[in-house]
Write a protein that binds this ligand. Structure first.
Ligand code: ADP
Length: 197
């Protein structure tokens, strides 16, 4: 699902020269029970906003475990971080309201309806989760939602990766992408060494 969401934004991110990063932490189960259609709708909205409001830098979508919310026992936190224009503190409380944009010039510059976040927060609420934001004008924003999900029965026992133990040199000039790659490879048991050039 994370890869699919990022795929839909890859062309636009590349056109703007943005680094687009996706990372699922190694302790997130391979299969969970939830509503992928609605979750995709929320993630597409958050990630599309991040790309839209980021003139340069990076957009990262990250999935990690959250403390369990109820007896279903599993909650995931999905976070979209960008290095974009940010949102003024006095507007942070309003952007989840329907038809509200942080700045009246937003419509002129970026288009949009001001409905995406209102719908997303509603959907997350209906799934039993919450949505939050923190932002610094000029530096970027971080939106995250936590949703309780059922843990699906394992589809198959994951075999030990044939790549375990291999040494890998990871060369990437973007620090976030480099760290993500190293952690992905470590998740497969590889010994990754990062280099920026
Ligand atoms: P829309 O994107 O159609 O305007 P949304 O409800 O998705 O509507 O977002 C409401 C407003 O919140 C946006 O118009 C923008 O002002 C602000 N916003 C949302 N995401 C971001 C972001 N990642 N960076 C900066 N501003 C954002």
């Amino acid at each position: 699902l994370v890869d699919g969401v990022l795929d839909t934004l890859a062309v636009e991110a590349s056109r703007k020269g943005l680094e687009l990063i996706g990372f699922v932490e190694a302790d997130v189960p391979h299969a969970v029970r939830g509503d992928p259609g609605r979750l995709r709708q929320v993630l597409v909205n958050l990630a599309a906003n991040a790309v839209k409001f980021t003139p340069h830098g990076e957009v990262e979508l990250r999935v990690m475990r959250d403390a369990p919310h109820d007896d279903r026992g599993l909650a995931l936190r999905v976070e979209v971080r960008d290095t974009g224009i940010g949102i003024p503190p006095e507007k942070l409380g309003e952007i989840f309201d329907a038809f509200t944009q942080a700045d009246s010039s937003t419509t002129r510059c970026y288009g949009g309806t001001g409905l995406g976040l209102a719908i997303s927060r509603r959907l997350v609420g209906l799934m039993g989760g919450t949505m939050s934001v923190e932002s610094t004008p000029g530096l970027g924003s971080r939106f995250w939602c936590t949703v309780p999900l059922g843990e699906a029965p394992p589809l198959a026992v994951m075999p030990r990766s044939p790549l375990a133990g291999l040494r890998v040199l990871v060369v990437d000039d973007n620090a976030s992408a480099r760290l993500t790659l190293v952690r992905m490879l470590q998740g497969h048991g590889m010994r990754a060494m990062p280099a920026s050039s």
